[in-house]
Design a protein around this ligand. Structure first.
Ligand SMILES: [Zn+2]
Length: 349
C-alpha cells in the first residue's frame, strides 16, 4: 500500500535542510589529520572567465577563486567526483585547499557514529533515523514491546499496523540501507529514551545508576521536549526537569494521571522538526557536527539545554540546572568536567 504523500514531501524538505546543516557544519570535522577529503559530489565548478572560478552553485554559499591554472582546475574536477583524490595529481595547491577548508567545501570520507540504543520506537525516532542513516549511522538497537499505531504506520507503512514496534522498526530501517545493522547492543554509547506524555523515571533512574549516557525525548499533546542529555554526574536528569516543571504549579498533575492519557497525534510539522532536532543532538553527541544552529552546541555542564518544539514547528530553548531536591549528582562519575561533546573517535570506542 502506498504511503501518504504529505509526510514524505516534508521529510524530503527536512532532509535537504539537514544536508545543508551538515554541509555547513563539516568544517571542524574535515580538518582532522589523516582524513581523506574531497569536495562533495555535485558541487558546481563554474568558470566566470579565464581567471575566475566559482566553487559551489548556491547564491548564498559559494567561493570565487582567482588565478587558477588549467591543472588546478583539473584537480578540482577530480575532487568533485566523489572518490579519494590522488595527492600526487598535478594541480594540487595547498593554498586552494586551505581556502576550500575555510569555507567548508571539503568533506570527510565517512562519518562515524557511536552505537546507539533507542528505547521507544515512534515517528520522531524513525524520521530522525531517516536523516542520520544517509550520513553514516550504522549500528543501533530498538527496544519497544508496544504495537504499531496509525501514527507510526504513517512512517513505516500501513501493513505494519498492529505489529510489534521494535521488530517492524528494525525491518523498516534495514530496508533504508544495506549497511544498517539493527541488532542487540550490550554497551551502547548513548540510549535515546523516547516516551509519550511523561518521562519514565524508573527507567531513567536505572540508566543513571548504570552510569549510562541517555537522551530524553518526550512527546506531549502538541509539542515535544528534547533533553536533557543526561551524562551521569555531569548534567541534570529527567527528575531534575520534572521537579523544576512542577515547582511552577500549585497542584501539578501526577505522572500517573498523565500516563493514563492516550498518546496524542502530533502536528506533522512538530513531528518533522523534532526529528531534525533529535538528529542534530545525536550528531553533536557523536562529535560529527558542531550543530552550529543548535542549542546543544552550547552544552556546558552542569547546565543542560532543553529544546521544545511547538505546534507550529517553532523551536525554543531553556537551560536546566541540577535540582537541589533530586540528588542525581550522587551518581557522579569521578572524572574531570566535560569541556566539549565527545569526539567521533572517543564516542566510537
Ligand atoms: Zn536529577
Amino acid at each position: 500500500m502506498r504511503r501518504k504523500e504529505r509526510p514524505r514531501k516534508l521529510s524530503t524538505i527536512f532532509s535537504e535542510l539537514f544536508f545543508l546543516a551538515f554541509f555547513l557544519d563539516t568544517l571542524h570535522f574535515v580538518t582532522k589529520k589523516g582524513e581523506t577529503m574531497h569536495l562533495r559530489p555535485g558541487t558546481a565548478l563554474l568558470p566566470h572567465d579565464t581567471s575566475v572560478l566559482q566553487v559551489g552553485g548556491d547564491s548564498s554559499h559559494h567561493l570565487m577563486i582567482e588565478g587558477l591554472n588549467p591543472c588546478n582546475e583539473q584537480w578540482l574536477e577530480t575532487l568533485t567526483q566523489g572518490q579519494a583524490p590522488d595527492n600526487k595529481l598535478p594541480g594540487r595547491d595547498l593554498g586552494v585547499e586551505k581556502l576550500l577548508h575555510t569555507h567548508g567545501f571539503f568533506v570527510g570520507e565517512s562519518f562515524r557514529f557511536p552505537p546507539l540504543r533507542f528505547s521507544g520506537v515512534d515517528p520522531i525516532v524513525i524520521r530522525a533515523l531517516e536523516l542520520l542513516i544517509p550520513f553514516g549511522l550504522r549500528r543501533f538497537h530498538f527496544e519497544d514491546s508496544g504495537f504499531v499505531d496509525s501514527e507510526l504506520a504513517d512512517c513505516l507503512g500501513l501493513r505494519y499496523v498492529g505489529t510489534q514496534r521494535a521488530k517492524s522498526g528494525k525491518e523498516y530501517v534495514e530496508s533504508l540501507s544495506p549497511t544498517v545493522v539493527c541488532s542487540r547492543l550490550e554497551n551502547p554509547s548513548l540510549v535515546v529514551v523516547s516516551t509519550s506524555r511523561v518521562f519514565d523515571h524508573m527507567r531513567n533512574g536505572q540508566l543513571l545508576s548504570e552510569d549510562q549516557d541517555h537522551l530524553l525525548v518526550c512527546a506531549g499533546e502538541q509539542s515535544v521536549t528534547i533533553g536533557p542529555l543526561v551524562i551521569p554526574g555531569r548534567t541534570p536528569c529527567s527528575r531534575c526537569l520534572t521537579l523544576a516543571h512542577n515547582s511552577t504549579f500549585s497542584f501539578p498533575p501526577s505522572d500517573e494521571a498523565l500516563r493514563r492519557l492516550a498518546p496524542s497525534s502530533l502536528p506533522s510539522v512538530t513531528q518533522h522538526v523534532s526529528a531534525l532536532e533529535l538528529a542534530r543532538v545525536i550528531s553533536a553527541y557523536a562529535g560529527i557536527t558542531t550543530l552550529g544552529v543548535s542549542a546543544f552546541h552550547s552544552l556546558t555542564p552542569p547546565v543542560s539545554p532543553i529544546v521544545t518544539i511547538g505546534p507550529t514547528g517553532s523551536v525554543s530553548v531553556r537551560y536546566l540546572s541540577p535540582h537541589s531536591e533530586c540528588g542525581c549528582s550522587g551518581f557522579a562519575r569521578p572524572v574531570a568536567p566535560l569541556t566539549a561533546v565527545p569526539s567521533a573517535e572517543a564516542a566510537s570506542r
